[in-house]
Design a protein. Structure first.
Length: 278
């Protein structure tokens, strides 16, 4: 949900508690559509917490993610279902437990069924045996395509900010260009650097629990590599496998603003959900 972040206009409830923070407005042009689809994101950041609220201008649907650095948890909000899911270390532990159960089930299957009966090739059986011995998940994680962040040294003014150009490659193929400005160049940004760094570390920690086949969009966006870049992404260009531009994002504003603390939690009445049965 985080790959193409969109923006939503700020709406403050006057009776809710307010706190000093920073609000970022980001605009994304998705070139997968013709004409390009405009997507917008508002990032509310205050203290050790932040929220990314996204909306699609054409379709009108929206997504939200809330991160609490002090609690080391991420909350994914589903407005359509009026629900939310908490992702934290316990979530990762439960995921590991599910993988272990799957490994045990595969081991039992291999112990009782021959390859000929299952119609699997020796190569397929080898992969199943790796999973059954507990080496499968780690092997898959090692096979996860590696993201490499590189500082090109190129400097320039981008949307009014002095920036450095970083490139991100996956197994040698460029997937992203990011113009990054130092936190000192954003009003109040230095105070939030630790929060964004914490979120970047958290995303990498949690997604490392997923096999490579799992679609984990949290880790495949510029925010997941912010700590390595040492600043905030002012402009981002995503590339397709064939080298064509997939999307372009731009920081439209970043300003100190009173943040409605209600924005940093799921809306009232939304119900918690879990990927795991009780």
């Amino acid at each position: 949900m985080l790959r193409h972040l969109h923006a939503l206009s700020l709406a403050f409830v006057l009776t809710s508690p307010l706190s000093a923070g920073i609000v970022f407005e980001i605009e994304t042009r998705d070139h997968e559509y013709s004409p390009a689809r405009i997507e917008r994101t508002t990032v509310y950041a205050e203290g050790l917490s932040l929220k990314m609220e996204s909306t699609d201008g054409q379709r009108g649907n929206s997504d939200a993610m809330i991160f609490h650095g002090d609690r080391r948890e991420m909350v994914v909000v589903d407005h359509e279902r009026k629900s939310y899911m908490v992702i934290d270390r316990q979530f990762a532990a439960n995921m590991a437990g599910q993988l272990n159960q799957m490994a045990g089930a595969v081991k039992g299957m291999l112990d009782n069924v021959s390859p000929e009966q299952r119609g699997v090739s020796p190569e397929q059986r080898g992969m199943l045996e790796q999973l059954a011995t507990g080496r499968g998940p780690r092997t898959l994680q090692q096979a996860r395509p590696t993201l490499q962040v590189s500082n090109t040294g190129q400097q320039g003014q981008v949307y009014g900010y002095p920036c450095l150009l970083f490139t991100v490659t996956r197994d040698g193929r460029k997937v992203r260009d990011v113009w990054v400005t130092h936190w000192n160049n954003i009003n109040g940004g230095r105070e939030l650097a630790a929060t964004f760094d914490s979120m970047s570390e958290f995303v990498q920690e949690i997604t490392s629990a997923f096999p490579v086949q799992t679609d984990a969009p949290m880790e495949d966006n510029a925010f997941a590599t912010m700590k390595q870049m040492g600043g905030f992404p002012v402009a981002t260009r995503e590339y397709r496998a064939d080298g064509r531009v997939e999307s372009e994002s731009a920081l439209r504003s970043a300003q100190r603003q009173r943040v409605n603390l209600a924005e940093l939690r799921p809306p009232s009445g939304y119900q918690p959900e879990s990927m795991f049965s009780d």
